[in-house]
Ligand binder design. Structure first.
Ligand SMILES: [Zn+2]
Length: 53
């Protein structure tokens, strides 16, 4: 798990989703908008990484 003091609530604010939609990225295990509409099992930076390959 990524070393971060971020809480699910602050992650939700950063990600622009609700706390309910916050989950852990399947790749880096940081917080991401994982559930619900627009959710993805990967965080934004991992998605970029995967798409770059
Ligand atoms: Zn990630």
């Amino acid at each position: 798990m990524a070393s971060t003091s971020e809480t699910p609530h602050s992650a939700a604010v950063r990600l622009g989703c609700t706390v309910d939609q916050v989950g852990y990225c399947a790749r880096c295990h940081g917080y991401c908008h994982r559930y619900g509409k627009g959710g993805n099992p990967l965080c934004q930076s991992c998605r970029k990484d995967v798409q770059a390959k």
